[in-house]
Design a protein around this ligand. Sequence first.
Ligand code: ADP
Ligand code: MG
Length: 685
Amino acid sequence: MGLAALPIHAYEAQILETVSQNAVSVLIGETGSGKTTQLSQMLHRAGYTSTGRIGVTQPRRVAAVSVARRVAFEMGGQVGEDVGYSIRFEDRTSARTAIKYLTDGCLLRECLYDPELHQYSVIILDEAHERSLNTDVLFGLLRRLVGKRKPELKIVVTSATLDGEKMSDFFFKCPIIRVPGKLFPVQIFYSKERPVSYLEASVQTALDIHVREPPGDILLFMTGQDEIEKTLLKLEEEVRNLEEGSCMDVVILPLYGSLPPEMQARVFGKPPDDCRRIIVATNIAETSLTVDGVVYVIDPGLVKQRQYNPASGVDSLAVVPISRVQAIQRAGRAGRTRPGRCYRLYPEAAYEHELLAATVPEIQRSSLAGTVLHLKSLELPDINILDFDFLDPPSIESLEDALSQLYIVDALDKTGSITALGKKMAELPLEPALARALMAAEELGCLDQALTVAAMLSCENIFYQAPRQGKEKKRPREEGNLPDGRGLGDHIQYLQIYDAWEKHDFDLKWCEENGLQKRSMKLARDVRRQLSQVMKKKKDGEPEPRESRSRQILGSARALRQALCKGFGNRIAHRLPRHNGYRCIGHKSQLVQIHPSSCSLEADEEGLLPEWVLYHELISTTHPFIRHVCAVEGSWVEPFLTKIDNIDIRSLSGRKASAKQSADAKELPTEKTGSLQVGESASAA
Ligand code: ADP
Ligand code: MG
């Protein structure tokens, strides 16, 4: 196919030799050296797919899809044939698929059904440097598999940073193969001080480069879709103001995870001749997607990062400084085709003294409820969750927070053992709260509605957000003729919207006319279909239900709200007396406001909102806000209040036994048993 040789090709013999001699190998190579697209093909050519598949994990969905397409193309086929991908809610593989790109979350899910992962002869844990939550958990699980499936399973861990020793140590000091990148030198420029507006400064720097510097594409790192859109508008405006013919043509392209695939393809396609591209990207261009032709990098030194605080239960999505490792990665993007330049919009002293050496792994800044439920459901015979082999362990506090959350929604009993209900929850490709809500909805006879709500909540950005012109921020959901949630909140509104769409025969034009994102709505429909199938499968033995339709809003959708409440027992807020602020219940007791994007809740004569609400997300942006809110009743909340009051965290975490004996938490003696309501969880299952 005339594909250019990549640095990794020179190491093919060494790689194959090392992999054949060792159960685990670590491969370190600069971004763009060919780890993601070439390693799988090498192992395929060497015959590893005769006994099983090669699975390659990716932390990001968009990378799994884009890379599978690329490799299918390189091998002269279509996605779904020899090369396929599998991401949550979308499986594009077939019986003949030999190389399967999948998200780390998908592989984790596969462990539930086949803990020894027999379909694979090779597992490549790719982009390990990203240290995503799921990849970190896979590290621990695969480490346990090494002995069991020796010698037929090969594991290769790949990383773009030099931190291979730690990974090698974790995997019994396995060998490290280093593929030296052929990076050209990159000259680094620092700003004298931090700019007042990094957006303005980035735009200005991009224009300066465009006007003064020789041809070569510009890659500008921004923190998120919103910022990217603003930057695009600003750049376009400035470019229009340039004197005609004063410099070469320019195209300005966005690149972020939720960008439609056709738009992404423009970044990977061949650029037009005599034209400079300015690519405004999120962190996704730092290591997971390689954009060719970049000569100039603009690095404002910031990234948008989620940080969960187990003490308050607040998730914050904050713009924080990148780490030095990230800064180096970003600069490296400029030197892949020829010597490049990187403009860091922060002072050298900040680089030296303020940036962290490495990024804090996601496992240390995420809520672990889903992860702990998953590990519990694997019922690993010999370990307590607090002793699981983590490359970097999360804090005890955060593990305990996860255990209590799971206990409150009946997934664990008071000794921390998984309940039958918990096992069913773990099988659903949803976070524990939504999974629990679906189980409850089934009992309460409102599964169809709950499926719709869960599907809608699984799709970000249902509402179309027009790029903002000026300051005014329009709220699209108030413009069209969209239903209002009956004053009961967002979940009910989502249900009504989906229903209305269904009544319009899933017409995409209808979505457009009503300010809804077509892509998200289509996704919601797919997700709903899949969830409905999973739920059906779980009820095997029972007669096949009719093709389920969601169109049945009854009264105030009371049963639905009650079912949701079962799942969100640890995400409930109580209105303050005579005041429309809320306080979250439980030890967290965080004061919050309802997020302005929420649809309106019905107020009483005094203008007071419902006394109790459940929320999907507690997020701190400018203030702590609860988002996706739904009114619930006090009597539904009461059992949770009792349960929360009586949590015995020692018993839940099985900490009373010594580490070695703690495996069988069921047999632990417990204090305070009388006050715990575990009967409920056992019988609900
Ligand atoms: P690594 O995983 O080591 O960072 P990759 O295997 O992702 O490297 O990329 C190797 C080369 O393949 C790069 O030059 C990259 O530009 C090219 N490449 C990867 N994906 C695509 C794609 N979708 N379209 C075109 N080229 C691609
Ligand atoms: Mg890669």
